[in-house]
Design a protein around this ligand. Structure first.
Ligand code: HMG
Ligand code: MG
Length: 299
C-alpha cells in the first residue's frame, strides 16, 4: 500500500549545486535558495557539504552558508560530513543534522571518498560517536544502489549490507542513491525488498537521479513498497562530480505533482517551489529541467 504522507528531503543546495560547472555560485545565492525552499514549506533541506574544497570547490563556503541562513523553526538544515574534520567544521556553525556517505560499489567509494567501503565504515564510526555526544542526528547514504559508473551492475545484497552497517552504527535514516540514474522500476523494487530485510522500511529513503528519465517510475515502484522519504532537487539541479554523466536528482516539482495526484500529503506549496526553480535556474543561466515546472510556468 502507498504511504499516506511523505517526507521530502530537498537536495538542491548540496547535490544540486556541488557539480555546477563554471563560476562558484555566490554564497548569498545559496542562502537565498535555502530560505526560499523553507518558505515553500520544505522541512528538510541539505544545505551544505563539509568536504574537501579541493575535491568539491562549489561547496567550499559551507561554513558561511550554514552561518548565513535565517533558520525557520521546524526546518532541519543538514550537511554532508565525510569525516571528523567535516563534522568538527559543521559543529562550529551549530548544525543539528549531518550525513555520512558510503557506497555499494568499491570503485565508486575509492573515486568519491578515496577509501574502500570497509575503510569508510571505520571512518564513519567516530563521526557518529562525536555527533551523538553533540546531540546531532546522522543520516547515512549508500551510493550506486542500482548501478555504478565504474562497476556496472551492483548486487542488492551489497546494498542491503552497507545500509545495515550504517543503520546499526546509528544512522537514523539510510538514503539509497541511484547516483547515475540507471535504475528501472523492477530493479528498484527488488533492491528495496532486499534492503528492508536489514533496515526497517520506515528508515529508508529513496534518492534517485533522473539521468535516464526513470526516476519517477522508480519512485512509484518504491512508494508501493512503503518507502515514505524521498530526496529530490528543485528544478532537477545537480549531479555527482565523481559520477561522470550523472544528471540531477529527480525534480522536487515533479515529485510533488506525482504525490498530489496520489493523494499523498507533503505540506509543501508546489507553486512556490516552481517559482524557486525558475529563480535559481535563471541565476545559473538556464531553465528548470522539471517537466511540471515547464508545464505550469510562473504564476
Ligand atoms: P583525502 O584526500 O583522502 O583526505 O580525501 P585526507 O584525510 O588524506 O586529507 C587530505 C586533505 O584534505 C588535507 O588537507 C585535509 O585537511 C583535507 P591538506 O593537508 O592537504 O591541506 N580535508 C578536508 N578539508 C575540508 N573538509 C574536510 C576534509 N577532510 C580532509 N571534511 C575526503 C577524503 C573524504 C575528504 C575527500 O575524498 C572528499 O572530500 N570527498 C568528497 C567527495 C564528494 O563530496 N562527493 C559528492 C558528494 S557524495 C554524492 O553526491 C552522492 C549522494 O548524493 C548520494 C547519491 O546520489 O548516490 C550523497
Ligand atoms: Mg546524489
Amino acid at each position: 500500500p502507498l504511504p499516506t504522507s511523505v517526507k521530502l528531503f530537498e537536495m538542491s543546495p548540496r547535490d544540486g549545486l556541488q557539480n555546477e560547472p563554471g563560476a562558484i555560485v555566490p554564497t548569498g545565492t545559496k542562502i537565498a535558495l535555502i530560505e526560499r525552499l523553507a518558505k515553500a514549506g520544505i522541512t528538510h533541506i541539505e544545505a551544505a557539504s563539509f568536504v574537501s574544497p579541493k575535491w568539491v570547490p562549489q561547496m567550499g563556503d559551507a561554513v558561511e552558508v550554514m552561518a548565513g541562513i535565517k533558520r525557520q523553526p521546524g526546518v532541519v538544515y543538514s550537511a554532508l560530513t565525510p569525516n571528523l574534520k567535516g563534522l568538527e567544521n559543521a559543529l562550529t556553525v551549530g548544525v543539528e543534522e549531518v550525513a555520512v556517505f558510503g557506497a555499494a560499489s568499491e570503485a565508486f567509494s575509492q573515486k568519491n571518498i578515496n577509501c574502500s567501503i570497509a575503510e569508510s565504515l571505520t571512518r564513519f564510526e567516530p563521526v557518529l560517536e562525536r555527533a551523538r555526544e553533540a546531540g546531532v542526528r546522522v543520516r547515512g547514504y549508500v551510493s550506486c544502489v542500482l548501478g555504478c559508473p565504474y562497476e556496472g551492475e551492483i548486487a542488492s545484497a551489497k546494498v542491503a549490507e552497507v545500509a545495515k552497517a550504517l543503520y546499526e552504527m546509528g544512522c537514523y535514516e539510510v538514503s539509497l542513491g541511484d547516483t547515475i540514474g540507471v535504475g528501472t522500476p523492477l530493479a528498484a523494487k527488488r533492491m528495496i525488498e532486499a534492503t528492508r530485510q536489514q533496515v526497517p522500511i520506515e528508515f529508508l529513503a529513496a534518492h534517485f537521479h533522473d539521468t535516464y528519465g526513470m526516476a519517477l517510475a522508480n519512485l512509484y515502484a518504491v512508494l508501493e513498497e512503503g518507502v515514505s522519504v524521498i530526496d529530490a532537487a528543485t528544478a532537477g539541479l545537480g549531479g555527482c562530480p565523481y559520477a561522470k554523466g550523472a544528471s540531477g536528482n529527480v525534480a522536487t516539482e515533479d515529485v510533488l505533482y506525482l504525490l498530489e495526484g496520489l493523494g499523498i500529503e507533503t505540506g509543501i506549496d508546489l507553486q512556490a517551489v516552481i517559482e524557486t526553480g525558475y529563480w535559481i535556474t535563471h541565476e545559473l543561466g538556464r531553465k528548470p529541467s522539471s517537466k511540471v515546472a515547464l508545464a505550469k510556468g510562473l504564476s
